[in-house]
Structures are given as structure tokens and as C-alpha cells.
Design a protein around this ligand. Structure first.
Ligand code: 5RP
Length: 232
């Protein structure tokens, strides 16, 4: 199977999971990226069963609305049973690197509110030690260079994300992203807390303090279901 076919497989598996476990009339938290898009397209078939969705990016909002979903402001939501999203890497504990699509801050906010985080990923995303995928860090533009120096001191190689035209990539929140290559992340929780504490960092794309509860992993043999014990 191609990577795209595996993404479609887990997108459908997540829709089946939501349809089987989330009460009708609920609001669903929805992530960002090509795998999350597969989930949106699959859950659209049962859209009428849900009140609507909370979105993690402007791109996801557009896609949800194109399928007729009502998109709620997170401020108007009291509880969120489930959040479904992809990942760039996921380890054996359910900690993830996210932010390849640049939506890490809103993803982390919505995930923090949800009772359950369901990660959907193709098998290439499962790793023993995270860090092969460059770690995204969203920063306020004025802190870009100062944060870059700190990331270098950690042993990483910070690269400011740019668009095809060479201009800095700007997030939905008006900030920039530094992608950090060359890290071997053996203690994701500690590194998440350390980088988050630096002035100017908006969000680090490590999702370890609030990792996944469940991963639906697309493999050649079908969808593997992996549950994790999360201790927030
Ligand atoms: C976006 C994300 C995505 O979930 C992550 O980049 C995976 O994307 P894809 O499903 O396209 O491989 O964190 O900010």
C-alpha cells in the first residue's frame, strides 16, 4: 500500500472509532494535515450525528465547512470528548512530534481540552527515539535568533521555515517556525518543558506531557490499535 492509502485507511478507522464510541450530538476535535484530512472526509458521511467540530487550523476549518460541519470556537465549548489528529513521529509511550503542517499551537490547545487524543498515522511515523523528523518550534518573530542560539546549544541545528518563495512561513497565529534538526529526544517530557519555558517560544511541537491515548497505526497488515497510559 502507498503512504496515501495507509492514511486513508486510518482516516476511515478513526471515523469508525468515533462513530462507535462518541455519543451522537457531541462535538469532535479535529487536527490538521493530510491524515487528518482523510479523517474529515471519512467522518463527513456521518456528519449529521454530531453537533459540529472544533478545528485546529484555518485549513481544517475550511475543509470541515466544505463538508457542512459547524465549526465551534473553543471558547464556546465546555467539554470535548475526543481529538483526532496525525503526527510526524510517535514513540512507544504515545509521545509525538507534531507541527509539520505548522498548526502545532492550536493543535496542542485543542488536544489539552480533549478527554482523549486519538493519533492516526501510517507506520512510517512510529519511532523508537524521536528527532529524525525536525522538531518544530513556533516562536514570536522577535525571538527567532535568540531561540535559535538556545536550540544550537542543545545540540540541534535550527532552520527557520520558509515558503517556496523564500519568505518566512507564518503560522495562523502570526508567528514563525524554527525546525530543529539533529536532536535525539530521549526524554520528551523534559525537553518539552525546557523549551516551552524560554521567553519567545509559543509552542514546541513535542506532545509528551499530553500524548496520545490511542494510536490507530496504518500498516501493511491493516490498522494496528495501540493504547497508552497517559499521566498528565
Ligand atoms: C500539522 C501536524 C500534522 O498532524 C503532522 O504534520 C502530520 O501530517 P500528515 O498527516 O500530513 O503527515 O502536526 O501541524
Amino acid at each position: 500500500m502507498t503512504q496515501d492509502e495507509l492514511k486513508q485507511l486510518v482516516g476511515q478507522a478513526a471515523a469508525d472509532y468515533v462513530n462507535g464510541n462518541v455519543p451522537e450530538g457531541s462535538i469532535i476535535g479535529v487536527g490538521t494535515g493530510s491524515t487528518a484530512n482523510c479523517f474529515i472526509d471519512a467522518i463527513a458521511k456521518t456528519r449529521a450525528c454530531y453537533r459540529g467540530a472544533v478545528s485546529s487550523s484555518l485549513a481544517t476549518t475550511v475543509r470541515l465547512e466544505s463538508h457542512g460541519f459547524k465549526v465551534f470556537d473553543l471558547n464556546d465549548i465546555e467539554t470535548l470528548l475526543i481529538y483526532v489528529d496525525g503526527a510526524d513521529e510517535i514513540n512507544v509511550c504515545g509521545a509525538m512530534i507534531k507541527g509539520g503542517g505548522g498548526a502545532l499551537t492550536r493543535e496542542k490547545i485543542v488536544a489539552s481540552v480533549a478527554d482523549m487524543f486519538v493519533c492516526i498515522a501510517d507506520a512510517s511515523k512510529r519511532v523508537e527515539v524521536m528527532g529524525t523528523f525536525p522538531l518544530p518550534v513556533e516562536v514570536l518573530p522577535m525571538a527567532r535568533t535568540a531561540i535559535g542560539r538556545k536550540l544550537t546549544a542543545l545540540g540541534g541545528v535550527p532552520i527557520v521555515r520558509v515558503n517556496k518563495d523564500g519568505a518566512p512561513f507564518i503560522t495562523d497565529n502570526g508567528n514563525e517556525i524554527i525546525d530543529v534538526k539533529g536532536l535525539s529526544i530521549t526524554d520528551p517530557r523534559a525537553l518539552e518543558a525546557q523549551i516551552n519555558a524560554w521567553p519567545g517560544v509559543v509552542t514546541v511541537g513535542l506532545f509528551a506531557a499530553r500524548g496520545a491515548n490511542l494510536c490507530l497505526l496504518g500498516t501493511e497488515k491493516g490498522v494496528e490499535r495501540i493504547e497508552y497510559a497517559q499521566h498528565a
